[in-house]
Design a protein around this ligand. Sequence first.
Ligand code: ADP
Length: 891
Amino acid sequence: MVWRNSMAAYTPMIQQYLRIKAEYQDAFLFFRLGDFYEMFFEDATTASQELEITLTSRDGGGQERIPMCGVPYHSAPTYIERLIEKGFKVAICEQVEDPKHAKGVVKREVVQVISPGTLMNERGLHEKENNYICSVTGFEDQTFGLALSDLSTGENSVTLVSSFHDIVSEIYAKEAKEVVVSSEFPADLLQTLKERMTITISYENSTEQVEGLDYLVESLQQQKLITTFARILQYLTRTQKRSLEHLQPVQFYQINEYMKIDLFSKRNLELTETIRSKGKKGSLLWLLDQTVTAMGGRLLKNWIDRPLLKQADIDNRLNMVDVLMKQFFEREELRELLKDVYDLERLAGRVAFGNVNARDLIQLKKSLQNVPHIQEVVNRLNHPYATKLVEDIDPCERLANLLERGLKEHPPLSIKEGDIINDGYHEQLDQYRDASRNGKTWIASLEQQEREKTGIRSLKIGYNRVFGYYIEVTRANLHLLPEGMYERKQTLTNAERFITPELKEKEALILEAEEKIVELEYELFLQIREEVKAYIPRLQELAKKVSELDVLQCFAKISEERHYTKPIFSSEDISIQNGRHPVVEKVMNSQEYVPNDCQMTDDSSILLITGPNMSGKSTYMRQVALTAILAQIGCFVPADEAVLPIFDQVFTRIGAADDLISGQSTFMVEMLETKNAVTNATQSSLILLDEIGRGTSTYDGMALAQAIIEYVHEHIGCKTLFSTHYHELTVLDESLPALKNVHVSAVEKNGKVVFLHKIKDGAADKSYGIHVAELAELPDPLLERARVILHDLEQSSEREPVHQAPKREEMTQQVPQEGASLVQEERADNKKADEANQLSFFEIEEKKEKPALSKREKAIIDRLKELDILEMTPLDAMNAMYELQKSLKKK
Ligand code: ADP
């Protein structure tokens, strides 16, 4: 831009602006000018559009006027939030010296950079959601470190993974708002990330340890982890420029400690948001969320994200749910008590940032006073795990007492206007208050006294900010006042106001006392706040226990209300009696929902589900997966009985949601998801594949579907539910011993299809596609025509089922090491299968028109068969071929 070239031409203030802005290129610079934050140059033009505020200009010393726009400082938070919500960053630049004492331009500095991942303001944060910022560091050995922090709660974790796909999945699951990387980080990887989610990218090259915060990484063993976390800490320190004392020691975790549910599957199963609206409503989280604290709400989301793998850990949760479910009164009492527990984690964060007011601390006090009662109720449950959960709970009694003694019950929002601190808490404060009160009593009695003295009954004593205390006499009564009794101060239309030296003397005393009271109260409040700061780690610990109790009571409540059952874990088999899809059941009303069983053993590890569209195939598949996930997060499950293995991973390919953000076609997404499943699944995984191959031509699709089933059967052997409308595939049960056919039943009544939503053994007899089209009320002539075409097709191509599956020993294809090659190889194979199919199709057609082979042709074929090509020289072979072809061409 032109104006950047000639710095010297600008006024000193604009020069100061440009110097500061140069350091914060990626943020809007909110430059404090008196009561406004102003923006200049490009910042002003962009912000005026984004915030819909007026763009003006000012003379900055250069040739052209400088674009400018601004927002009043007191309403700045709203504007900042709007920019952050759009993924921008805002650097707050304050005046850091009193303008009265400034020589030349007032000194200004950036005091904080606010970005989507570092938002601390309550209004911009969702109560029941964490607000993560993360950093990714790539290492030479192709591993990646991922650090996650929630600045608002102080939570930190770090992990190391071996593929970027895992990084994307983790960041997606955590819904991180911002990622911090080195400026050297590969652009293509960042692109992949941006394609998958809305995320702000920030850069930080330093991975030095931050002084004074070493204790955060004390438990980390590997340098890679330390480096990864250091990057995020450097970024936070550089941008927040304040105490980060509330940050909690970093937790190391490994993604294989939890059931792995990749990005696609989380989306498909609608665990925390629905595919369509991207909102919580309609998701599993929405169904489950009966938590009553914000912390519990956030923990629930984390648990859904990370189902457990160790049975002992799962059982601990399940047992507690069981206890809480059976003891209704205790549970309800616990819920009521928890309702009064404030968001301790976020409070701790705001204490560290110096953002709490007295009302927050009163809430904290009430929360702490509730803790012993919570402890008592949980102990009454009389169960070892319950007791253990609360035995070392720390109610921070001393702090609760301090807050009780120190703070008034209903303090104002502002911390600078007094009326916060209790009487009897501080001697000096009490003295000032006495002085003020006495003064006021004196004044009140003065009014009575003067009325009697003058005989003016309407005489009154008032107060205003400009004149202080005064005696007011109405004009009508002025004649009753002896001349010179009081000193005249102000004349109004209907009255005169007076003062006396005595009154002014008392006034000075009162005002001085009040000023001192306000000052002292502020000071005392800050002291109390400092005391709270010292409790931060203990409050965070308490928050963990409270949130765990909250999620467990939530599981118990849901399980009781919705008649869920405690799952039992087996090593291999699935046996679900009357299982239901938790969300569909809730939405549609329990009476209408048709429960279904699911039986899968090692001998029937693949269920091939056929049935008409809309009959409930994918609902059935999802209900199995959701049941497994619910069980592994420690909640009861929607069924009458459920025996389940512990799954290490869940993979799904469900639905036809186009990946519009990344512009990938449905079919490509389908293949990517399938690749992910078949390359990563182990024997302990669960795979759901819904209508694979629908996105391409029939033969292509059918061939792929078959090859995938065979592959899973031969190479993985995990529990797999595969739904398809190609009922030709059902013959696979002859060649694949572990494959079992089931179908969703439908009946035809008066030529119309009625779905029974009931899963039954065996294959579906037909597809009912046209019936569904009829239900959708397509035009009658169109449906009629479809029936004719279908009839013709069925007549002309009584197609053979797709060729038999190769036996294990015939499968020459190696298990691919690298996922990328798999789809290609499979495609190549399937293409052959496809061609074979198409050939056989045309053969049927040709047979109809062409006569059988002639005798001569048969003889030529026989001679060809007899040739011993391996014993011939190339020239002999050529000659023989030439002869055979010549004979064939003879008419
Ligand atoms: P498909 O995968 O066979 O096309 P879906 O699983 O999408 O069918 O189910 C279609 C609709 O049928 C669902 O939206 C739901 O309303 C209903 N449905 C599915 N399963 C059941 C069930 N077990 N009981 C009652 N209604 C069901």
